[in-house]
Design a protein around this ligand. Structure first.
Ligand code: ZN
Length: 287
C-alpha cells in the first residue's frame, strides 16, 4: 500500500445525531484517520479532531495493538473534542498520546485539556488520566512531520479561530482538511493557495445555498466546489454535515449544488476509507 488514505470516523458537524434517515453518511462528529504506508510499521497513527467519531476509532485501534497516537485538533469546540471522554487509549497506562493544537487567548492546548477534564464536567480529572500525554502547539504557517507525512496549518474564518490542516505524503499525494470555515474574507485566497493541487479537499459544507447563515462560521458545498475548482484540486469531500440534514437532503441538494460547479465532489461517509491516489473509496465509487 503506497498511497495515502483518509478514513472518515465522524462526518457530522455541530452535534452527534442518531436519526435513522441520517445514518447513511453518519451521525458522529468530526474525526478522520490519516493513514500512511508507514503507520502500521511504526505502531503509530494520526487522527484529526476528536469528535464523537474518535470513540469507534479508539476501540478499534487499541484492539489492533496501536499504542502511539498523534491527534491534531483543528480547534476545540465541543463537536471536535467530545469523543475524547470515551477515547479508550486515554484510559490505558501503556498508551502514549501526542496532542497538537492552537493556543487560544493565552490558554495552551494543554491548559484547554486540563479544563476539559475537570470538576464538575467529568468524573476523571486530567491528573488521573492513565495515558502518557504530550502536547505540541501548532500555528498558522508552520509545519510538522508525523509518520512521514508533512502537516502544515492555515488560519480559517471561524469564531474563536480554527486551523485548516494539510497533509503531504512522501509520494506527493496530499489532502486539505478545511472545517470549520466561513467563506467571504481575504482568508479565502490564502486557503486557495494552501489547497493548490491537493488530491482531496475536505470542506465545511454545513449549509446549502438556501440555508446559509452569515456569521455562523460555516460554509456551503457550492463554496467548497468553487474553492476546489479554483485551487485545481482533484476531488472535493463534502463534510461537517448539519444535524438537520437528512441523507436525502445531502444527496438531492448539497451534492448536486457542488457537482454543478465541480463534478468530482462526493459526500464524506462515516466508516469509509478514501484512497488519495485512486480518488475512490476503497469499496465504493465516489460519484
Ligand atoms: Zn464543527
Amino acid at each position: 500500500m503506497n498511497s495515502g488514505k483518509i478514513k472518515f470516523w465522524g462526518t457530522r458537524g455541530t452535534f452527534p445525531i442518531a436519526k435513522t434517515d441520517m445514518l447513511k453518511y453518519g451521525g458522529n462528529t468530526s474525526c478522520i484517520e490519516v493513514i500512511s504506508p508507514s503507520s502500521e510499521q511504526k505502531d503509530s497513527s494520526v487522527i484529526i479532531d476528536g469528535g464523537s467519531g474518535i470513540v469507534g476509532y479508539g476501540d478499534q485501534a487499541w484492539e489492533k495493538g496501536i499504542r502511539n497516537y498523534h491527534i491534531i485538533f483543528s480547534h476545540t469546540h465541543y463537536d471536535h473534542i467530545l469523543g475524547f471522554t470515551k477515547f479508550l487509549p486515554l484510559f490505558q497506562q501503556n498508551s502514549h498520546i501526542s496532542i497538537y493544537g492552537q493556543t487560544k487567548n493565552g490558554l495552551t492546548i494543554k491548559d484547554i485539556f486540563e479544563k476539559f477534564f475537570s470538576f464538575p464536567f467529568f468524573p476523571v480529572t486530567y491528573k488521573n488520566l492513565s495515558a502518557k500525554l504530550t502536547f505540541q502547539e501548532i500555528k498558522h504557517g508552520e509545519s510538522t512531520v508525523i509518520n512521514d507525512i508533512e502537516f502544515s496549518f492555515q488560519s480559517l474564518n471561524h469564531p474563536q479561530k480554527a486551523l485548516g490542516i494539510k497533509g503531504m505524503f512522501k509520494n506527493k499525494d496530499s489532502f486539505v482538511y478545511a472545517t470549520d470555515h466561513e467563506h467571504g474574507t481575504p482568508l479565502d485566497n490564502e486557503l486557495s493557495t494552501f489547497c493548490q493541487k491537493s488530491n482531496l479537499l475536505i470542506y465545511d459544507s454545513s449549509f446549502c445555498n438556501e440555508n446559509f447563515k452569515l456569521g455562523w462560521g460555516h460554509s456551503t458545498s457550492s463554496q467548497g466546489a468553487l474553492l476546489a475548482k479554483k485551487s485545481d484540486c482533484k476531488s472535493l469531500g463534502i463534510f461537517h454535515h448539519e444535524p438537520d440534514s437528512s441523507d436525502e437532503i445531502l444527496e438531492k441538494i448539497l451534492l448536486p449544488q457542488a457537482q454543478d460547479i465541480f463534478p468530482d465532489s462526493f459526500l464524506c461517509m462515516e466508516g469509509r476509507t478514501f484512497n488519495l491516489s485512486t480518488l475512490l473509496y476503497d469499496d465504493l465509487l465516489t460519484t
